[in-house]
Write a protein that binds this ligand. Structure first.
Ligand code: BEZ
Ligand code: FE
Length: 294
């Protein structure tokens, strides 16, 4: 096809995708082209803006390495990560809600027994964390693998320091025969997401703050259940209603209770969704979309 113009180019590109063998890829790319073109038309994108956007994305990629994922941070701050999580974990009522994974999880964290101190010297007020892992039908879930990680009192994760003597504030535990877990760590505090890259520029340009409310991360894996990736947020935190990455759910807010010794304790149950209990709306939607693109 020759002489494509601003009116015919969208159909021309979509036509070029017609022989894509993978139907899901065909659908996703077709819709992406439609939405990108519609966006450019709606805002009447100038060439200077197009160049600025390309430069921004280039610098975002250049900021990424094995410790820093600026593209995920961009997705998080634009709400795309939380939208994807919410759509894919629309669980039955009563299940613990999922939220963003974030960039600070490390696979292969140290294994601990219940009762252990996972802080490993991290700065902060002592905090006892406990809870029970259950299924949504009320059954106890023993032997669940709980991966936990959090920032220290200065708002930094261990991976943000050079030369630490071993992991801090992260570990892997298992729930006991009654589904219970407990460990010691430090009290969670609010912290800003990294702002020394393109995402920081975007936040400043849009007069947004970079803060996340205080939280503790969990990933819970148990045979027969959907993996749960979530946080528990600290009640009273001033950023609960303006989390930089839109991750807060009211059901995930817990109480850090001051103890007689001046430390804190938080007890929070984690409720898992049995594997295979899927929403029907997602598959129905998918078939309709396939029909549209076919
Ligand atoms: C976190 O909670 O670790 C996090 C999540 C998204 C972006 C940055 C940090
Ligand atoms: Fe975090």
């Amino acid at each position: 096809m020759r002489d494509v113009n601003q009116h015919s180019i969208t159909a021309a590109v979509i036509d070029r995708l017609a022989d894509t063998p993978d139907p899901r890829l065909k659908l996703v790319l077709t819709r992406l082209v439609e939405h990108l073109h519609a966006f450019a038309r709606e805002v009447e994108l100038t060439e200077a803006e197009w160049t600025k956007g390309i430069e921004f994305l280039t610098r975002t990629g250049q900021m990424c390495d094995d410790k820093r994922q600026e593209f995920i941070l961009l997705s998080d701050t634009l709400g795309l990560s939380m939208l994807t999580v919410a759509m894919n974990h629309d669980k039955p009522l009563g299940c613990t809600e999922a939220t963003v994974f974030g960039p600070f999880h490390v696979e292969g964290a140290p294994r601990y027994d219940n009762g252990a101190d996972i802080a490993n010297g991290a700065a902060g007020d002592p905090c006892e964390v406990s809870g029970t892992v259950r299924g949504v039908d009320g059954e106890l879930v023993p032997n669940a693998v709980l991966d936990v990680w959090q920032a220290d009192a200065t708002g930094h994760y261990d991976v943000q320091y050079e030369g630490l003597d071993g992991p801090q504030n992260r570990g892997v535990l298992r729930s006991d025969s009654q589904g219970r877990f407990h460990f010691r760590t430090v009290a969670a505090v609010a912290y800003p997401i990294p702002v020394d890259g393109p995402v920081g520029e975007m936040l400043r340009a849009t007069a947004r703050h970079p803060w996340r409310p205080a939280h503790l991360h969990f990933r819970v894996q148990a045979a027969g259940y959907e993996t749960l990736v979530t946080h528990v947020f600290r009640r009273g935190d001033p950023y609960l209603d303006s989390d930089a990455v839109f991750g807060v759910r009211e059901s995930l807010v817990g109480d850090w209770v001051v103890q007689p010794d001046g430390g804190y304790a938080i007890d929070f149950d984690l409720v898992l969704n049995p594997e295979g209990r899927v929403r029907e709306s997602r598959s129905a939607n998918w078939s309709t979309m396939q029909d549209i693109v076919a």
